[in-house]
Design a protein around this ligand. Structure first.
Ligand SMILES: CC(C)(COP(=O)(O)OP(=O)(O)OC[C@H]1O[C@@H](n2cnc3c(N)ncnc32)[C@H](O)[C@@H]1OP(=O)(O)O)[C@@H](O)C(=O)NCCC(=O)NCCS
Length: 182
């Protein structure tokens, strides 16, 4: 067990998860609009199992997919942070930056604000040379966040996600990268 880092930005706190986050997390995971670019929304048990995995990774590393809070406004809006993909691809092993926020929090720039701080942590504290991010080709909102934090895509890195069935609407993925010196 390692102490879990807590990160702060102008408007956000990226913190360890609380038990009270789980109901809100289940609600956003059950929202078909939030989950449009995933295989399917999650039910409560699936959402809790995901929260278990996220919390276990945070406890093991001291960093990960933090619970995102907007102090004084929203106690929990979703997760923003870092993760190690569990599948094999030409760009793994690697660390990715990712996010998933409830719809009511969209459009305020919270994801890029938190992601920029997660990247700072990855480069300054973890001393990584590169961080990646990936999503299905059609996920324009998420791709926009990647661009806002300075990540770039090489179409030669596009890939079929190995955990999605061939030919599924979200199989094809884009990969964005950012290096320490950018
Ligand atoms: C991707 C996501 C985190 C964006 O977070 P955010 O804090 O709203 O980010 P921003 O406010 O910077 O908005 C990013 C883009 O999303 C789009 N967007 C924002 N709010 C929107 C809304 N209410 N409706 C439709 N599109 C919206 C815009 O294209 C925006 O780009 P712009 O600022 O240039 O107009 C959020 O949409 C989300 O959680 N999506 C579902 C989960 C997901 O796909 N996660 C990534 C998987 S890899």
């Amino acid at each position: 067990m390692t102490d879990i880092a807590e990160l702060r930005t102008e408007r956000l706190v990226l913190r360890p998860w609380r038990t009270s986050d789980r109901a809100l997390f289940a609600a956003l995971n059950a929202d078909p609009v939030v989950m449009e670019h995933f295989i399917a929304p999650l039910n409560r048990a699936e959402s809790d199992a995901l929260a278990d995995r996220i919390e276990a990774d945070l406890a093991a590393h001291g960093w990960g997919l933090w619970a995102a809070e907007v102090p004084g406004r929203f106690e929990f809006i979703g997760f923003i942070g870092l993760a190690v993909p569990g599948f094999e691809a030409p760009f793994t092993p690697c660390v990715e930056v990712g996010w998933r926020l409830c719809q009511s929090a969209w459009g305020h720039g919270y994801a890029p604000e938190g992601a920029a701080e997660a990247l700072r942590f990855a480069f300054d504290e973890l001393e990584l040379d590169e961080v990646v991010s990936f999503t299905s080709v059609g996920n324009a909102k998420s791709r926009r966040v990647m661009e806002k934090v300075g990540m770039t895509r090489d179409p030669n890195d596009d890939f079929d996600h190995p955990r999605v069935a061939p030919g599924h609407r979200i199989t094809r993925h884009v990969l964005y990268r950012i290096q320490k010196d950018r």
